[in-house]
Design a protein around this ligand. Structure first.
Ligand SMILES: [Zn+2]
Length: 66
């Protein structure tokens, strides 16, 4: 039996200061428009929450019901 163990090519992760989606942690293409939410942190500073798409923004904005 042949084993199809192909070596996984390591993806080239260059030092891109890529934003990541607050909701799903997907990398965001900052070259195009993407939704961002603003909120106050506990210390009063303004926090920015970028999202990969409006769906994630909506999911994040929805209050979690138990
Ligand atoms: Zn997302």
């Amino acid at each position: 039996m042949d084993s199809d163990d192909e070596p996984q090519p390591t993806t080239h992760t260059s030092q891109i200061s890529a934003e990541r989606c607050t909701q799903c942690n997907a990398p965001i293409d900052t070259g195009t428009w993407y939704p961002v939410s603003k909120d106050r942190a506990d210390d009063g500073s303004l926090e920015l929450y970028p999202f990969c798409g409006e769906e994630c923004q909506q999911s994040w904005l929805e209050p979690r019901s138990e």
